[in-house]
Design a protein around this ligand. Structure first.
Ligand code: AMP
Ligand code: ZN
Ligand code: FE
Ligand code: FE
Length: 300
């Protein structure tokens, strides 16, 4: 395998702690050949990252990470670790990566703006639930954690609320804040508005990108293969096989499904910096051929 590429990373444009430029500089320092920047609901870091990449010799693949609902009829299983399911409806959230998207695509941009505005509504609801629990954290506190004042196009979410809770002394760590308040099924949980899986796959393809299922360990094991087959029929191009939380058996199973459905087997670390201190940039990587295959299958 030639080259080392980490195809799943986050920056300060969403919930990572490094600026896009710093992330690319870290990739260089780690000896990586390239990264994909895949911020949640946001393409605002892509120009900045690729500018740095060109200057210092790190390939930057433009990307995005979207939250989607898996097709109905496949969402009945109980909530499992690492999985966000809404207590009432049993809807399961999965993440869709889009590689080589055109960051200037108008329809994609409009949809992302809507998703970020829905996040603001949801963040206010979470803050209200926390207030009802006697925890005084304001939307302004949360936005301060995200650096929102300096850039009002950032994606603000639960990791920023978690950071505000830690600062206020209501939780001992980001993880503790999720476990006590913010995770699915916990008292301040509010579901995020999500795209339907088929629509999201279409949105990414129409923006010239290659849609890839992120970290499938979050899917219920019994229906995982069925869900991947269904997403493939909607135009999915790849599946994330290599990922820190995927053990060897899961990687083998996913690699077999990728062959069966002609999907590109991708991978990356899901690096966030401080919010996920145990995950290093480049913790999981793929070779250059994977990047080339994605580029080839991304289409207008
Ligand atoms: P949001 O998009 O606002 O729902 O926030 C989701 C993000 O929170 C994920 O992408 C993870 O980075 C992070 N996250 C989710 N669950 C946890 C958890 N249990 N502990 C720490 N971070 C988490
Ligand atoms: Zn994240
Ligand atoms: Fe994700
Ligand atoms: Fe991610």
């Amino acid at each position: 395998m030639s080259g080392r590429f980490d195809l799943h990373t986050h920056s300060t444009v969403s919930d990572g702690s490094l600026a896009p430029e710093e992330l690319v500089a870290l990739a260089k320092a780690k000896g990586l050949d390239g990264i994909a920047l895949t911020d949640h609901d946001n393409v605002g870091g892509l120009g900045r990252a690729s500018g740095t990449g060109m200057a210092i010799g790190v390939r930057v693949v433009p990307g995005i990470e979207l939250s989607v609902d898996i097709p109905r009829g496949e969402t009945r299983s109980a909530v499992r670790e690492g999985q966000d399911a809404d207590a009432a409806g049993g809807r399961v959230e999965v993440h869709l990566l889009g590689y080589f998207i055109d960051a200037s695509d108008a329809r994609l941009a409009a949809r992302l703006t809507e998703l970020r505005s829905d996040r603001a509504t949801r963040n206010a609801r979470i803050v209200a639930k926390l207030a009802a629990l006697g925890i005084a954290v304001s939307v302004a506190d949360v936005e301060r954690e995200a650096g929102f004042h300096a850039d009002q196009t950032k994606s603000v979410g639960r990791p920023h609320i978690a950071a505000a809770l830690v600062r206020a002394g209501a939780a001992s760590s980001v993880r503790d804040a999720f476990d006590r308040y913010l995770a699915a099924g916990r008292p301040a949980y509010v579901p995020k508005s999500r795209l339907d899986a088929r629509d999201a796959i279409r949105l990414v393809r129409d923006a010239g990108g290659a849609p890839v299922l992120a970290h499938p360990f979050t899917l219920p094991a019994e229906t995982r293969a069925e869900t991947i087959a269904r997403l493939a029929s909607f135009g999915l191009v790849g599946v994330e096989v290599v990922y820190p939380r995927h053990d060897a058996a899961l990687r083998r199973g996913l690699a077999a499904l990728a062959v069966e459905h002609r999907l590109v087997a991708t991978g990356g670390s899901d690096f966030h910096g401080a919010p996920k201190p145990d995950i290093e940039l480049g913790a999981d990587t793929v070779g250059r051929s994977v990047v080339e295959e994605l580029a080839e299958r991304a289409q207008r």
